[in-house]
Design a protein around this ligand. Structure first.
Ligand code: PHE
Ligand code: ZN
Length: 853
């Protein structure tokens, strides 16, 4: 048991910092086990705080060598979380703090602060890693300019800002833009750069570099291309230009998250930088494009305008996700991008919002902030901005953003500041809208309708279920984009936006020639669960004719969901109507192949568990898995000739290109081959595996074989071919676990943890085996509890070396209350066993504590 329960931090307790920092000068003498960090920091009292405070500096795991104030040595006595200089020992007015500490990057397995990754030094300071580097007021509302000197024999020495001077064994960097400490970064290593240039609309000539390990330099072209397109897009769409002379990106192999927007020195998980056609899938390329853009866009939304405190995290993350979504839509396809985003939102955020980990987009308290980099803060946060955009319109959205940049550049801001610019630019009271930031849980919208003499009346009711700490909810402003369709598929009413802002509201449409079908929540205009009872014929009509591509997709999905529910609950089989509707979609050459590929994906196991649970059933993971397998086989048998034709037609002629057009064709081709495998015993898939010259098709074909219990020889060949490529070996591990038969999945994962390549301290590798069980729900939930035990064992082990990574994987258990009592008991036991560990981290303690409730 943890002896001291860490205390939560509350938004309501926010106090401005008593001291501000004007400037920081840091010197690093790098050595793996004894790095010296010498800091000179210029403090001054904050005019907007009460005077007379002690100076409190955060610091963790630092060995204090010496300290002085205005040049006079002092003795300070650090405690476990920092040190305090009593007010009476502080000079009047401003003062200079000087301090030398020693740290050991080599032993830093938590990958937070300064750490080493395969011989290279790198940092991760968001959210609170800077305090592991030196004593500092480590909070985002303290912003300062930085000067950094790095001393090391390593050839490449990087930090934020512009290069200032360099010599044998040292380099100096100056960052003139005031920034919070979480944006500090340093890298030192034997690296090579791919370089390019970009001239901004303001005429600034910028050197762009992507730094990687030797041997990886032939895999950076796509990331560089994505970076230049991101820079141009932010100028053209948001009027924002880059503001330093260099922009550096570094790829590191050991990284807890995707990437980090450090000022002028973005640090990336190497899986989101490195790509070649042979080693990266089309999805990898798309992720690289999105994350490169995301981190670049943070330069304005995050860095120049940052967060006052960590409760405001969505201020930068929700907005930056929304911006990267807009960018990806512009680069690829808005329709397909929207469908993909909604699928992820539902799979990850709705799941979170409906369980014990539900929290508002702006949380009110936390124990460990690292636990709040969530789908709610990121993806739901982006949905809130999408709704604002819809409610005020494109022109006023632009005006609001212009005002935001103008008014708040250089500041640390709050959600209130953000809402205020929209209220001013749109001339509209948004106090009710603001509840979206404060209330957790996915709102339910129930629909009923009536028809009388040419008038169609829609009644919408909203209700948000209770969530932890929030038993009662207020009504929200819900924009419902909708249109009306006639029986022949004609659009009787084009898209308009209804604003549902009361618990119940009716909307009437007059002078209609016939009773229409309401196409509601077009484009998924609000992050709600829509409960609209539609007949299968109506869904089929929308699937065939809706002018809104999202609702076309959604109708097909709803049909599939209904059928799968009936299969799970009553042993039904898919009827000819559904199969015919699918056939029409798949063979419609006028439709974007990427869209058709998505339409061929039937709802996944977790999606079905969640929808069955919402419909009042206890989901049975085995029955769900079995129903999906049957459905896939029946679809494959019924559509076999069409799938064969599509498979042939979707070959991409010419050399591989990662662009959206070719990627869409490959997506459809791979989807066709994996369905076909269920009707031809994998013949086509084996053929494709043998012939594939790109990772999308190679991995897709192997997955198709694994999906029918084959692919052993192919797996062995895959490993031999790629044993030296870490990112591909991650795929080799995860595909086996994802596709393993439910009864043996845990045993297989267990066996893979014995593989010499299972380097469990590397987060990507850990997730590729243990995390991958999350993509095999029937395997994870095997009724003998083997999956639960394995995951708990490994979470306990990882928590001792990397709490942040371990805590994230613990969300595999977040849905435990959905299941039958046998499984609940087993999962509760696994969680209790974790909770009972000595020295459990604050990260894991908070997560497991919340899940146990
Ligand atoms: N701020 C990063 C992003 O969204 C995510 C991140 C958070 C990375 C914490 C590392 C640590 O781009
Ligand atoms: Zn971000």
């Amino acid at each position: 048991m943890r002896d001291t329960t860490p205390q939560p931090i509350h938004l309501a307790d926010y106090q401005p910092p008593p001291f501000l920092v004007d400037h920081v000068a840091l010197t690093f003498r790098l050595a793996p086990s004894a790095t010296r960090v010498i800091a000179h920091i210029r403090f001054r009292p904050n005019p907007s705080a009460t005077p007379g405070h002690d100076l409190r500096l955060d610091g963790e795991g630092l060995t204090l060598i010496s300290a002085s104030l205005n040049g006079a040595p002092i003795t300070a006595h650090p405690d476990a979380t920092g040190l305090t200089i009593p007010a009476q020992d502080l000079p009047e007015g401003g003062f200079d703090w000087h301090c030398e500490v020693e740290i050991a990057p080599e032993g830093n397995t938590a990958l937070e602060g300064l750490y080493m990754s395969r011989g290279m030094y790198c940092t991760q300071c968001e959210a609170e890693g800077f305090r592991k580097i030196t004593f500092y007021p480590d909070r985002p509302d303290v912003m300062a300019s930085f000067e950094v000197r790095i001393e090391s024999d390593l050839p490449v020495l990087l930090s934020n800002g512009n290069p200032a001077a360099t010599g044998q064994g040292w380099a100096e960097w100056h960052d003139p833009h005031p920034k919070p400490a979480y944006l500090f970064a340093l890298v030192a290593g034997d690296l090579v750069a791919t370089s390019d240039r970009f001239t901004t609309m303001e005429g600034r000539d910028i050197a762009l570099n992507i730094w990687v390990r030797k041997g990886d330099e032939d895999k950076t072209a796509y990331a560089m291309d994505a970076l230049k397109r991101s820079m141009l897009w932010d100028e053209q769409v948001y009027g924002r230009a880059y503001d330093l002379d260099v922009f550096n990106i570094v790829a590191v192999d050991d990284f807890n998250m995707g990437a980090m927007e450090n000022k002028g020195l973005n640090i990336f998980n190497s899986r989101y930088v490195l790509a070649s056609p042979q080693t990266a899938t089309d999805n990898d390329y798309a992720s690289i494009e999105r994350i490169i853009a995301h981190e670049y866009f943070h330069n304005w939304t995050g860095n120049r305008i940052t967060c006052r405190d960590w409760f405001q995290l969505s201020l930068k993350e929700g907005l930056t996700v929304f911006r990267d979504q807009q960018f990806m839509g512009d680069m690829r396809s808005h329709a397909v991008k929207r469908i993909e985003d909604v699928l992820t939102l539902r799979a990850r955020q709705f799941r979170e919002d409906d369980g014990p980990l539900a929290h508002p987009v702006r949380p009110e308290s936390y124990v460990e902030i690292n636990n709040f980099y969530t789908a709610t803060v990121y993806e739901k946060g982006a949905e809130l901005i999408r709704m604002l955009h819809l409610l005020v319109g494109e022109d006023r959205y632009r005006a609001a953003l212009a005002l935001y940049f103008d008014r708040h550049d250089g500041q640390a801001c709050t959600i209130e500041d953000w809402i205020a610019v929209f209220e001013e630019a749109a001339g509209r009271d948004l106090s009710q809208f603001k509840r979206w930031y404060e209330q957790a849980g996915t709102p339910r919208v129930d629909v009923s309708d009536a028809w009388q003499e040419g008038t169609y009346t829609l009644t919408l009711r909203q209700h948000t279920p209770p969530s932890p700490g929030q038993p009662l909810k207020e009504p929200l402003v819900i924009p419902v984009a909708m249109g009306l369709l006639g029986a022949d598929g004609r659009e009787l009413l084009p898209t308009q936006v209804l604003e549902l802002d009361s618990p119940e509201q009716s909307f009437s449409f007059t002078d209609l020639p016939e009773r229409p079908v309401a196409s509601l929540l077009r484009g998924f205009s609000a992050p709600v669960a829509l409960n609209q009872r539609l007949r299968s014929e109506d869904r089929a009509l929308m699937l065939a004719y809706d002018t809104d591509p999202y609702n076309r997709f959604e109708s097909g999905r709803a049909l599939a969901r209904d059928i799968l529910h009936a299969m799970v609950l009553e042993g039904a089989t898919p009827g000819p109507d559904y199969l015919q509707a699918l056939r029409v979609m798949v063979t419609d050459d006028a439709l974007d192949p990427a869209f058709r590929a998505l339409a061929l994906h039937i709802p996944g196991q977790d999606d079905l568990a969640s929808s069955l649970h919402a419909a009042g059933h206890v989901p049975d993971p085995d029955a769900i898995q079995a129903a999906r397998t049957t459905a896939l086989r029946l679809i494959a048998e019924d559509l076999r000739p069409d799938l064969l034709r599509v498979y042939d037609e979707m070959q991409t002629p010419g050399p591989y290109s990662p662009d959206a057009k070719d990627a869409g064709r490959r997506a459809l081709r791979v989807q066709a081959v994996s369905l076909l495998a269920r009707a031809d015993e994998g013949a086509k898939a084996a053929e494709l595996f043998a012939r594939a010259d790109n990772m999308t098709e190679q991995l897709g074909a192997w997955g198709a074989l694994l999906g029918i219990g084959k692919g052993q020889a192919e797996g062995a060949q895959f490993y031999r071919q790629w044993a030296n490529d870490r990112l591909v070996v991650d795929k080799w591990f995860s595909a086996q676990v994802m596709y393993a038969a439910p009864a043996t999945a845990a045993a297989l994962a267990q066996e893979l943890t014995q593989h010499p390549d299972f380097d469990w301290k590397n987060p990507n590798r850990f997730r590729s085996v243990i995390g991958a069980l999350g993509a095999n729900p029937a395997g994870f939930h095997a009724k003998d509890g083997a999956g639960y035990r394995l995951v708990a064992d490994w979470l306990i082990r990882l928590d001792g070396v990397n709490p942040q990574a371990a805590a994230r994987v613990s969300t595999l258990f977040e849905t435990w209350r959905r299941y039958d009592t046998t499984r609940q008991t087993l999962m509760r036991a696994a969680l209790n066993r974790i909770m009972a560990q000595d020295n459990l981290s604050r990260d894991m303690g908070e997560m497991v504590g919340r899940m146990l409730g």
